[in-house]
Design a protein around this ligand. Structure first.
Ligand code: TRH
Length: 396
């Protein structure tokens, strides 16, 4: 009988040092994904530096992080990444993550390419892309992209595409569902912001201002039982306040207004963990952007995705690919059409609520979430890929 080959040392999950680069282009998704990745890696014992050009969203997503109060994570500025004197004090890392194609500062590349140790063994350099179910994402996942010019010429980046299926890069895990967050903290926040959810119907709304909010409000007001609408902070909240005709003096975060069956509660910006927890306790999550979608899916309650609209209409194919991949039912598709057709999209008679008799939406959302969570999450898949790259590189 053949003896199994000895495991190469690199397959051991030794803690690595990571540099994650984030440029905030718009909204909160760039910071949200990068922070979630950092938290996932740090929870597995890795040392992470997050270089970010605007740390304002991190201040409310992860209070204390920018002040160095999160074990394993250092939040640093983009300017520091371009300062050779500062870089000289930083131990070199094993992995560079360039989020969403943000280009690393030239001074960073210059400084690192001049270091003999890195010339002998360059870092695993990953271009972390947007979550997509489209075929191109699967085709491009793990593909190498040789650097052809500049100080790092001759090194290689690799694409990494998050996704919903086992062959993809997976989904970033929910901070709550995967036990990465302190449940007591989340519970305190839930008690504060969603005090009377038990036994009541509830909808979480995190939308762009272009969602059909007037039609939503109208439909909720005429429900036969009370419904709480928890409205996440941001531009969508201001639009909801206008659509519901809230007086400007109540149109601010952290207040509750009752209109017919509808109780509207405007939320302040919540830290990411309680935000995730909220997705797990509401009966319907109307979410936007890839990160809240990924979390809503894993949370296991029915969800509808308002996809970020692109001028060239490319978001339509992306939405279709998503619905096909998750095997969306006709009622779910009807909701996605209604919700993504602009502020004046009319309420349709065939739209059903997940709590309506005969609806199996809640059950299918739970089943989908179980399937997703049985697969390795993005952190595990990324780590495996990176270890393969580092193992293949010559030892220093
Ligand atoms: O803010 P978004 O709309 O971001 C989007 C997407 O990233 C999209 O890909 C990009 O093209 C576009 O911006 C420009 O939605 P998303 O992706 O859901 O990110 C929101 C993040 O904010 C998520 O990590 C959850 C977090 N969040 C909280 O932690 N607490 C809160 O109170 C709120 C409102 C959000």
């Amino acid at each position: 009988m053949d003896l199994p080959a000895a495991l190469p040392a690199k397959t051991l999950p030794a803690p690595l040092r990571w540099d994650v680069f984030c440029q905030v282009i718009d909204n909160y998704g760039d910071a949200g994904v990068c922070w979630r990745l950092c938290a996932t890696l740090a929870a597995r014992g890795h040392a992470v530096r997050l270089w970010i050009d605007d740390s304002a969203p991190v201040e409310w997503m992860a209070p204390g992080a920018a002040q160095g109060q999160w074990p394993g994570i250092q939040v640093l500025s983009w300017e520091q990444a371009a300062n050779p004197a500062f870089l000289a004090q930083c131990p070199p890392s094993d992995v560079w993550i360039e989020a969403f194609g943000c280009e690393l500062p030239p001074a960073w590349l210059q400084w690192h390419a001049s270091q003999a140790a890195l010339q002998a063994r360059p870092p695993a350099w990953i271009n972390l892309e947007y979550l997509s179910a489209e075929p191109f994402a699967m085709r491009s996942h793990h593909l190498p992209s040789p650097v052809m010019s500049g100080p790092a010429r001759g090194w290689t980046k690799h694409f990494f595409y998050p996704g919903f299926v086992p062959q993809s890069g997976g989904l970033l895990p929910s901070r709550v569902a995967s036990g990465l967050a302190d449940w007591a903290d989340c519970d305190t926040a839930l008690r504060a912001y969603a005090p009377a959810l038990a036994g009541q119907r509830s909808v979480l709304l995190f939308s762009y201002p272009t969602a059909p909010l007037a039609a939503l409000v109208q439909a909720l007001r005429s429900q036969d039982q009370p419904v709480q609408l928890l409205v996440a902070a941001g531009a969508g909240q201001s639009a909801l306040a206008r659509a519901a005709g809230l007086r400007s003096d109540v149109g601010h975060a952290d207040c509750t207004v009752t209109q017919g069956a509808l109780q509207i509660r405007l939320l302040p910006f919540l830290p990411q963990a309680p935000f995730d927890a909220l997705l797990g306790v509401c009966d319907l999550n109307l979410v936007r952007g890839e990160d809240s979608l990924a979390q809503a899916l894993q949370a296991g309650s029915p969800s509808v995705w308002q996809i970020y609209p692109q001028a060239d209409g490319a978001h339509n194919a992306k939405l279709q690919a998503y619905l096909d991949t998750i095997g969306a039912s006709p009622p779910e598709r009807a909701w996605h059409i209604f919700w993504n057709q602009g502020a004046h999209s009319p309420w349709q008679r065939d739209l059903i609520w997940p709590w309506e008799a005969g609806s199996d939406w809640a059950l299918s959302a739970r089943t989908r979430s179980q399937t997703l969570r049985e697969h390795d999450d993005l952190g595990t898949r990324l780590l495996g890929f990176v270890q393969g790259l580092l193992g293949a590189a010559p030892a220093p």
